[in-house]
Design a protein. Structure first.
Length: 363
């Protein structure tokens, strides 16, 4: 799936440094506002030890992990919704993403300029959230007024749209993001057509110093806000991640142990982003290729086939399925078949996390 997660935040909070570490890219990461103007897009492989275990059994010619796209979007500032700091241009980049990773500075340093002159992560969050709210408020107002004109002619769909946009406008005017507005399925689809900014799920990335993984009042404030919103929060040190990028595996493990964390923060960011987007993983395993794929939780076998190729979904016949645990414990496909754990499923079978699947189709 083409899943894009936009990395946003105020200027100089560590967005581009984080992006560079995530993607091993070379996006500019200088100590001045608006260093990034055009969005950088990078594809990040999702580390999954289950894929390695499956590949060790199958011994394919190649192993392909699942991937996620991250977009490094230029720093937003107060007034972005009115075009300040090229705000309208930057907000349009945010609209093209499926979720938002909001990087917040949670460390003090005289060497890195803060755009507002002081480090206050909750104020930073409010600045960004306000600009997104104001942009959506203006969009909802225009959509409501357009629908109202059409509704006067007796257009039933226009009346429904007008009612929805009136509710959305009122919700935003009260300071609430659209992701907290209760919607029916048809209303959700109607609202989604506008790509509203505040309807996107949010992951707060608390950018801490190397010693910021223990007691850290700034990061704890961000985590408390995320919990209150039902959002997610991850602590990452962009500086540490940049350092890790230049180390081999043994050096990386030693360095992480030295600073008291178990795994790179980037692995947690990618995993949290996948959870935020409601994604799950299934696998295909064959002699030519063993691969991890992502799809939305609750998807059917036919939809999973469509993730691989549209022809697979259109001509779907059946899926051959075994759970990951059984596949590994029984030594692969032949062992699973001998033990009666290899089964046939129809197009409406709901895929579960870790399923190993083969698809039969005809076009």
């Amino acid at each position: 799936m083409n899943i894009r997660c936009g990395i946003v935040g105020l200027p100089n909070v560590g967005k581009s440094t984080l992006y560079n570490a995530l993607t091993s890219a070379t996006a500019a990461a200088e100590n001045y506002p608006f260093c990034t103007i055009e969005p950088n897009v990078g594809v990040v492989p999702v580390s999954d030890p289950r894929l390695d275990r499956i590949a060790a059994i199958v011994r394919p010619e190649r192993t392909v992990p699942a991937a996620m796209e991250f977009v490094d979007i230029a720093g937003l500032v107060a007034g972005a919704s009115r075009g300040e700091g090229l705000g309208n241009r930057f907000l349009s980049h945010v609209r093209e993403t499926k979720a938002i990773a909001h990087v917040v500075r949670c460390f003090e340093s005289g060497d890195v300029v803060h755009v507002s002159g002081r480090v206050s992560p909750l104020d930073d969050i409010e600045t960004i959230e306000t600009e997104l709210l104001l942009a959506d408020l203006e969009q909802a107002e225009r959509a409501r007024d357009r629908a109202a004109k059409t509704a006067k002619a007796g257009d039933r769909e226009a009346r429904a749209r007008e009612a929805l946009m009136t509710r959305a406008h009122a919700h935003l005017a009260e300071g609430h993001p659209l992701r907290t507005l209760e919607l029916g399925p048809e209303e959700a689809a109607m609202l989604a057509s506008l790509s509203p900014l505040t309807a996107k799920p949010v992951l707060y990335v608390a950018n801490v110093a190397e010693d910021g993984f223990g007691t850290n009042a700034l990061a704890e404030a961000v985590e408390a806000r995320a919990h209150a919103e039902g959002a997610a929060a991850v602590r990452v040190s962009a500086a540490v991640e940049a350092e890790l990028g230049g180390l081999d595996e043994a050096e990386r493990a030693e360095y992480l142990a030295t600073i008291g964390i178990e795994e790179p923060g980037l692995a947690r960011v990618v995993r949290a982003a996948g959870t935020l987007l409601g994604l799950q993983t299934f696998f295909t395993a064959g002699p030519k290729e063993t691969r991890a794929w992502t799809l939305r939780r609750g998807s059917t076998a036919a939809q999973a086939a469509g993730v691989i190729h549209s022809d697979f979904e259109r001509g779907f016949i059946r899926a051959e399925v075994v759970g990951y645990e059984d596949f590994v414990a029984l030594g692969g496909e032949q062992g699973a078949k001998a033990a009666g754990r290899w089964r046939l499923e129809g197009r409406d079978y709901v895929v579960t996390e870790g399923d190993v699947m083969h698809f039969r189709f005809a076009v």
